[in-house]
Design a protein around this ligand. Structure first.
Ligand code: CMC
Length: 445
């Protein structure tokens, strides 16, 4: 990137000149990386609300206009016309696969779908009530022990080794997710089948049982593919930023993705889908009306949230929420399901969108408000909702990890801070239990 201009910062009686870069969609960024060297000052930005940590070619997002594009393609178009595995290929490789690449990609995904048999025993050691996200993150980091080719990323592994690790992870995450569900309900594991597509295979591993054979419904397969596409990337969100940050210490791909899974688990991020459904279920069980619930949230002074609403970057609408809501209607109709939670959700949305509290704070439904209704219709239990988000987000995490490692400017990510603690002070006699004579004196170097 070459600078397109300069910005001048006045600090005290001095002016500092900083380069300005422009992205391909016209976004401007002031490069402050030399500011401390020039002036001694750092920038302060709680929650990185206005800080770009990298330049990226993967996803373009305009929160004001509600635009989301993967490698230039609108997400709505990809959701309508492509399949999740193609989108995964697009994100990781930068282009849509041609017919031959699609074929090879599917073969590779099938070839790597099983994991080392010894890893199967890990599942039996988790307590029955273990959250599947805990199992998922632990299993993903464990992959680095069984497939150590990329155990320390030195930067010289070669493209093929990285591609194999990426494919392996994409394929195995689906198997791990389904196995953790089977473990939680005490049913035997169902192994992946080579004759099934990515999404159909996942559904089969989740729901087939020798006692109740499972018929794979193309409507459900298609809806799952759409859901995973909508989750596939979201530029520098919390979990992707975690993958990049942890990856910047040059840990292997599996460890960096495990960090992403842990970040995603949080209720303000991917965990919101489970929270949203639990809220709707609780309302139904306790007879709380949408109006009462909205008032509770408004009166809670920020302690109680309407999960599935609000977003750091989308301030008018989340384009993913629009597609997910349409998909929700389609799936419920095709499967002939009348879900009372859908009615409650619709009423909540309607009330919130007309309420000054939500309007003034630009709070709109995000992807997590309706995704849970589709997942319920598919038979996915609610503690697996965030696992489904992780399955979808994986290609994005891999693409960002890969892009970062290919970037010569990828430095160890190490933010600065503004220290506001006590200034220098010394221990008083009697403050510590150790006698001063026993303590080695710190020598200045
Ligand atoms: N319900 C009620 N109030 C809210 C909500 C909500 N969902 N979201 C934000 N607010 C209020 C917040 O309390 C604050 O009020 P005030 O100005 O009176 O202090 C104001 O709106 C601004 O909120 P903020 O927390 O400063 O905004 P943010 O940009 O830091 O937060 C967010 C973004 C997603 C963390 C937040 O909107 C939220 O907690 N939403 C609920 C959780 C959720 O649905 N997360 C999933 C996000 S989409 C999936 C993903 O990509 O991760």
């Amino acid at each position: 990137m070459t600078p397109q201009g300069t910005a001048t910062l006045a600090l005290g009686d001095k002016n500092y000149s900083l380069p300005v870069f422009e992205g391909s969609e016209g976004e401007k960024a002031i490069d402050i990386s030399t500011l401390r060297k020039q002036s001694g000052a750092v920038t302060l930005d709680y929650g990185y609300q206005n800080t770009g940590s990298c330049a990226s070619t993967i996803t373009y997002l305009d929160g004001e206009k509600g635009i989301l594009r993967y490698r230039g393609y609108p997400v709505e178009e990809l959701a309508a016309k492509s399949r999740f595995v193609e989108v995964a290929y697009l994100l990781i490789n930068g282009k849509m696969p041609d017919a031959q690449e699609r074929e090879e990609w599917s073969l590779l995904l099938n070839r790597h779908s099983m994991f080392h048999e010894d890893m199967r025993h890990f599942f039996y050691r988790f307590p029955d009530r273990a959250h599947p996200m805990a199992i998922l993150s632990a299993m993903v980091v464990s992959l680095s022990a069984f497939y150590p080719e990329l155990s320390q990323h030195r930067g010289d592994e070669g493209e093929e080794a990285i591609n194999i690790a990426a494919t392996r992870l994409l394929s195995k995450l689906r198997t791990i997710a389904a196995f953790s569900y089977k473990k939680s309900i005490g049913e035997p594991f169902v192994y992946p089948r080579h004759d099934l597509s990515y999404c159909a295979n996942f559904l089969n591993m989740m729901f087939y049982s020798p006692v109740h054979p499972y018929e794979i419904d193309p409507v459900v397969v298609q809806a799952l593919s759409v859901l995973l596409i909508l989750h596939a990337d979201h530029e520098q969100n919390c979990s992707t930023a975690a993958v990049r940050l942890v990856g910047s210490a040059r840990v292997n791909l599996y460890a960096a993705v495990a960090a992403g899974i842990c970040a995603l688990w949080g209720p303000l991020h991917g965990g919101a889908n489970q929270m949203a459904i639990e809220m709707l279920e609780e309302m139904m069980a306790r007879g709380i009306t949408p109006r009462q619930r909205i008032e509770q949230i408004k009166n809670s002074k920020g302690k109680d949230l309407l999960y599935g609403f609000g977003h750091r970057v989308y301030k008018h609408y989340d384009p993913r929420a629009t597609v997910i809501k349409e998909t929700c209607y389609r799936v419920l109709k095709a499967l002939n399901i009348q879900d009372p939670l859908m009615d409650i959700a619709l009423e909540m949305e309607d009330l919130a969108l007309r309420d000054e509290f939500f309007i003034s704070r630009n709070l709109y439904p995000n992807i997590d408000f309706y995704s849970g209704i589709i997942l319920r219709a598919m038979g996915i239990p609610k503690n697996m909702f965030t696992v489904m988000f992780a399955l979808g987000r994986l290609p994005g995490w891999i693409a960002h990890w890969k892009e970062a490692h290919e970037d010569p400017r990828f430095k160890l990510q190490r933010p600065r801070q503004v220290y506001v603690g006590p200034t220098l002070r010394h221990l008083e006699p009697g403050q510590c239990t150790t006698e001063p004579s026993h303590m080695p004196l710190a020598r200045s170097r």
